[in-house]
Design a protein around this ligand. Structure first.
Ligand SMILES: [Zn+2]
Length: 194
């Protein structure tokens, strides 16, 4: 657990501010990975006519007061610090839940694509060749359509989503325009229950 409250100046920040000022005044202090030792800072302060006994936070606090440094962390101090961990490798874009058609779903050509024919078969196998609206089957002399519940022209991203498909007979499908998004599957299930 950190003893430093958020926004409170840390010991390292105080030391950094003190060292910056002393270096700006021409004092040679070790740098790099070796931070100046307390006695080096005290020696430099003595040369400035400032005598501070004690170490650590006390030394830095007194030095800041004596040098007239406000008790605020350097705004850039945090931003300059390099992240300890190496940056994450670029991640692959998440795979979309439903494949995207290579052909615009809004065009008639979409119905000729392999992707559409494949997902159409999935829907037919799942639902059976029975109209979800009126219950007609090919035995009744009707053609079966696989319908987009949410129209592919308005919801192209759902054009290949099996959950957006229902089997309708041609007559029912033609009665259904882009304005109608009735999902007949639920009522078909209800009918099957009663
Ligand atoms: Zn029908």
């Amino acid at each position: 657990m950190s003893r430093n409250k958020p926004g409170r100046i840390t010991f390292a920040q105080m030391r950094g501010l003190v060292v910056d000022v002393l270096r700006a005044r021409g004092h040679r202090l070790r740098g790099g990975s070796e931070t100046p030792a307390n006695f080096e800072i005290q020696t430099a302060l003595l040369a400035e006519g400032i005598r501070i006994d004690g170490f650590g936070r006390h030394l830095m606090r007194e030095a800041m007061v004596a040098l007239g440094i406000p008790m605020q962390p350097k705004p850039a101090a945090k931003a300059e610090r390099k992240p300890r961990m190496s940056p994450r490798p670029p991640q692959k874009a998440p795979r979309p839940a439903t494949p995207v058609s290579p052909v615009s779903p809004a065009t008639p050509d979409f119905l000729m694509t392999y992707e559409w024919r494949r997902v159409r078969m999935i829907a037919l196998k799942r639902d059976g060749a029975k109209c979800r609206c009126c219950g007609a089957t090919p035995a009744d002399g009707v053609r079966m359509n696989v319908d987009h519940i949410k129209p592919r022209r308005i919801f192209p991203q759902l054009a290949l989503d099996p959950n957006n498909l229902q089997v309708l007979c041609e007559d029912c499908n033609h009665g259904k325009g882009n304005w109608d998004m009735t999902d007949w599957r639920e009522s078909a299930l209800l009918r099957a229950d009663t």
